[in-house]
Design a protein around this ligand. Structure first.
Ligand code: NAG
Ligand code: NAG
Ligand code: NAG
Ligand code: NAG
Length: 581
């Protein structure tokens, strides 16, 4: 067991009043801990808000050069250079801001949302390495802070971006409508939002880089946030009289909800973060999913992975436990105490640790609403951390079991805040990570998302109830339908003179063009020599790069650089006429 004193000797000023009120040591510890967390939050909350606003152009104090409404990820320019604007980070940051506006906590931030809106509207139209607005460019993960395209190599596309941006705008749109401003929403906001929602509807069933930009497969977070966006998008469309999109959005939302269930690893009690990547799949991706999906009207629904659902609690325990033995700073904690957590077993992140606290606070909000905690086989191991011999059952608020569980979960949640508090420097700045060895800040300084995660965790602790996004009463389809990507029939013609024994082949950047593998290259026909030709079905609205190669026995000669590069149309057929070079 770690000594109680360690936790209290944190960076923030706090006078320890041991036994001043005639308490036992344990009672003092609990009281002191309460004071320390309140004092940390009281200090850190305004710092986090200022830290977040400092990273938004045009006038944020740490974001000079960023256009109006552009969110920089961090002012850090070396090791790593994060002076870019990510669609994901920016959308989640503005979700926090929109929540402050719609809840009435700070309506002075409304002008910033309008600037963010104008900026995103421009960015949607910036053609970039993922494509144009109509050929996949909406899933480009990051841009330069002057709103030009980032053209370096990167893990792209990342298909959570359009969905997260849509959720932020829908939050704002619903508030504007409730305040009598349906005209602006219909005329200005809807056309921008519809581009993102249509993108999600048409492209969710394609592989994506995950939110950590490392793994190209299907990702639980991406699937879940896409589901939410289409679901609430359909409801908004109804309000705005945009009847033509509703059934399409709802159909794909149902397919997404079905697909979301398939990430469940029943045997091991968690949700696998990504279908690819070769790691265990235990990842804060899933914790971030549960807090992003929190809908106070959905109770502890398991299908939508509500924070208090049996599956999300089981998942939380497996995730948190995976960090107990791998960090030096987690040594000596009891098996049911809060510890520092990271994205997956690597260095601890502030935002991951805050997210665990937030999921637990969200759960507490719902138990309080329901005046009841249900414990079933799936969630039993989570709850047994606090009452070792607990039985499954339904515990009403009048029972002592309920009180013990609520108090224990609250303390457990507070523990995660206190861990971050312990490793917050005295000026309150929040970097991206801290070291597993001694907790000193690591990687990018002043990470906007770290500040955002502090604000949302504190708000949840205060009982903040976000608006519903429609998670209540949904039915998971009994079998999961795919959403086939439209294909285009493309004829490749190339003029090439060859010697006897030589043949022309085609390879390119998509699996239909054999992913650049010369061994598997597609042979062309010489029936119309010197025109060599082949017809291939390619995915629609996709950028493809390709090259012709000449093979003669084991000799392979590639056409000279650069690659041919072309965007396929949305549907139909096309012919390309090239000359060997
Ligand atoms: C509606 O909201 C937009 C965005 O904030 C604002 O520009 C416009 O003035 C508002 N219109 C009315 C009538 O309030
Ligand atoms: C597409 O959807 C089907 C049905 O849910 C699923 O099995 C498949 O893994 C999905 N593929 C991607 C890349 O999302
Ligand atoms: C466990 O309880 C939750 C509600 O708290 C319910 O949604 C879920 O289906 C239950 N799971 C099992 C395995 O009984
Ligand atoms: C990502 O995976 C898909 C499916 O395997 C593949 O078609 C695509 O080329 C991959 N993208 C990158 C950039 O590796």
């Amino acid at each position: 067991m770690r000594s109680v004193g360690v936790l209290l000797l944190t960076a923030f000023a706090f006078a320890c009043v041991v036994n001043a009120f005639g308490r036992t040591p344990v009672e003092s510890y609990i009281a002191n801990r309460q004071t320390s967390i309140d004092s940390y939050i009281a200090n850190q909350s305004p710092i986090a808000k200022l830290g977040l606003l400092a990273n938004i152009g045009p006038d944020g104090s740490k974001s000079s050069g960023a256009k109006a409404g552009v969110v920089i990820a961090s002012p850090n320019t070396v090791d790593p250079n994060y002076l870019y604007s990510w669609i994901r980070d920016a959308s989640l940051t503005f979700k926090v801001i929109a929540e402050k506006v719609v809840s009435g906590e700070d309506t002075s931030l409304r002008g910033k949302i309008d600037q963010f809106f104008e900026s995103q509207k421009r960015l949607q139209q910036v053609s970039n390495p993922s494509g144009t607005v109509s050929t996949g460019g909406l899933a480009e993960p990051k841009f330069n802070i002057d709103e030009t395209a980032f053209t370096g190599s990167w893990g792209r596309p990342q298909r959570d971006g359009p969905a997260l941006r849509a959720t932020t705008f829908i939050l704002y749109a619903n508030w504007l409508i409730a305040n009598g401003n349906i005209t602006w929403v219909t005329r200005n906001l809807w056309p921008v939002l519809k581009l993102d929602l249509d993108y999600v509807q048409n492209n969710w069933n394609r592989s994506t880089f995950d939110l950590w930009e490392e793994i190209n497969s299907s990702s639980f977070f991406t699937t879940a946030v896409q589901h939410r966006a289409l679901r609430e998008g359909a409801t908004l469309a109804q309000k705005l009289g945009q009847a033509d999109v509703i059934s399409g959005y709802n159909t794909q939302a149902a397919n997404l909800l079905c697909f979301q269930q398939t990430y469940k690893n029943i045997a091991r009690g968690y949700f696998t973060a990504n279908t690819g990547g070769g790691r265990s799949g235990i990842d804060s991706n899933t914790i971030l999913t549960s807090i992003h999906l929190f809908d106070p009207t959905a109770g502890c629904d398991a299908a939508t992975f509500q924070p208090c659902s049996d599956v999300a609690l089981s998942n939380l325990k497996v995730y948190v436990d995976s960090f107990r033995s791998i960090y030096a700073i987690n040594n000596g904690f009891a098996a049911n105490e809060a510890v520092a957590t990271g994205r997956y077993p690597e260095d601890p992140w502030y935002l991951s640790t805050f997210a665990v606290a937030e999921q637990l606070y969200d759960a507490l909000i719902v138990w309080e609403q329901q005046q009841r905690i249900n414990v079933n086989a799936t969630s039993l191991t989570f709850f047994r951390q606090f009452i070792p011999n607990l039985a499954t059952g339904s515990y009403a608020a009048s029972t002592s079991t309920y009180s013990t569980l609520v108090t224990s979960v609250k303390n457990f949640a507070d523990g995660f805040i206190l861990i971050n508090a312990k490793y917050t420097p005295s000026d309150g700045s929040l970097a991206e990570q801290y070291t597993r060895a001694n907790g000193s800040p690591l990687s990018a300084r002043d990470l906007t998302w770290s500040y955002a995660s502090a604000l949302t965790a504190f708000a949840a602790r205060d009982g903040f109830i976000p608006p519903s996004w429609g998670a209540s009463g949904l039915t998971v389809p009994s079998s999961c339908a795919a959403n086939p990507v439209p294909t285009v029939s493309v004829t490749f013609n190339v003029q090439a003179t060859t010697v006897f024994g030589e043949n022309i082949f085609l390879v390119g950047s998509v699996s239909e063009l054999r992913n650049w593998s010369p061994d598997n290259a597609i042979p062309l026909s010489s029936a119309s020599y010197p025109t060599w030709s082949v017809t291939v079905d390619l995915p629609g609205s996709t950028i493809v790069e390709y090259k012709y190669i000449r093979k003669n026995g084991n000799d392979v000669v590639w056409a000279s650089d650069p690659n041919w590069r072309w965007e396929t149309p949305a549907s139909g057929s096309a012919t390309l006429n090239d000359n060997w070079r």
